[in-house]
Design a protein around this ligand. Structure first.
Ligand SMILES: Cc1cc2nc3c(=O)[nH]c(=O)nc-3n(C[C@H](O)[C@H](O)[C@H](O)COP(=O)(O)OP(=O)(O)OC[C@H]3O[C@@H](n4cnc5c(N)ncnc54)[C@H](O)[C@@H]3O)c2cc1C
Length: 268
């Protein structure tokens, strides 16, 4: 849609794109969300795509994903054979409530920065123990654990003018066994809950998203029994369970307990 509050689009930002940041600015990545709604508070869009930070690079250390890598490219990525968890890339792309037209333009970084509970790139990167690199207005960088980035529904830790530059997924996480469960009210609907479990040497990581306002990652150093797992789910504060037309908090908590036990059984 036309967003008629915008008076300027910066097409060629400098390598320090936040240096001239002012109120009413927003980063423009694929634009699939920005152009889908009214933006009454925005006056200027700063296009990130010309910066070219869209790489998808596999090394011995793992996978580096440039924030402007499109969902389509991630979907088509061919991973090294020993990355057992790589099918989670396609699974997560397919978890968008969106067609290939959105995949072609939407970026991995844009999805994470949107910070919606049903952001599948958030699910995938939290489950795979990713680190995000953020670039501040003065060009300095900081690294954060993916699980600490989203703080609530459409809320995250980015400061004004700070941007997400890249995502690093460690190879050790990509070599883990994995299983997932996702519930939607309709066949191609938005996720009510999306859970991923990964298992290394006897441990278990259980990531819960979409059902909660921010991602939850439960870590077990040894494989949990039924009661330990159930207790961990019950310990999640009630106000973290998300409430929207796709499910009540009670429904989501129930699904989390049910799926957690299924995932435990599958990986046991
Ligand atoms: C039909 C349809 C279905 C959708 N389904 C889903 C869905 O199932 N789940 C979901 O989560 N979203 C969904 N969306 C919303 C949106 O399309 C996605 O979240 C998409 O991944 C956003 O990526 P983008 O590159 O297009 O971001 P943009 O629209 O360009 O930007 C989104 C927001 O992130 C900011 N931003 C973008 N890149 C960065 C960056 N690198 N650093 C800092 N801030 C940045 C922008 O300023 C803006 O506020 C859907 C949208 C449509 C139109």
């Amino acid at each position: 849609m036309d967003i008629n509050t915008i008076t300027e689009v910066v097409r060629h930002p400098s390598q320090r794109p936040g240096s001239g940041w002012r109120d009413g600015d927003a980063w423009l990545a694929g634009g699939t969300w920005l152009f889908s709604d009214e933006q009454p508070d925005l006056r200027r869009l700063i296009d990130l795509m010309p910066l070219g930070w869209d790489g998808l690079t596999a090394t011995e250390a793992g996978l580096e994903i440039g924030a402007m890598c499109t969902v389509r490219r991630l979907y088509e990525f061919s991973a090294p054979d020993d990355w057992r968890a790589a099918p989670l890339f396609t699974t997560s792309c397919e978890a968008f409530l969106a067609s290939f037209k959105v995949w072609n333009a939407a970026t991995v970084g844009g999805n994470i920065a949107m910070s919606l509970p049903a952001g599948p790139m958030i699910t995938m990167t939290v489950a795979l123990e990713a680190t995000y690199t953020l670039q501040a207005r003065d060009g300095s960088e900081r690294s954060v654990d993916a699980v600490d980035f989203v703080t609530g529904n459409h809320e995250n830790i980015l400061a004004p003018g700070e941007l997400l530059r890249k995502i690093d997924i460690p190879a050790q996480a990509l070599r883990k066994r994995h299983a997932h469960r996702r519930f939607t009210l309709t066949q191609l609907g938005r996720s009510t809950i999306f859970m991923i479990a990964t298992q290394g040497e006897g441990d278990l990581l259980l990531t819960i998203t979409a059902g909660t306002t921010r991602p939850i990652r439960l870590a077990f150093n040894s494989f949990p029994d039924v009661d330990t797992l159930r207790h961990s789910i019950e310990s999640i504060p009630h106000d973290l369970w998300f409430d929207d037309p796709n499910g009540t908090p009670e429904h989501r908590e129930h699904l989390a307990g049910h799926f957690a036990e299924e995932l435990r059984g599958e990986l046991a």
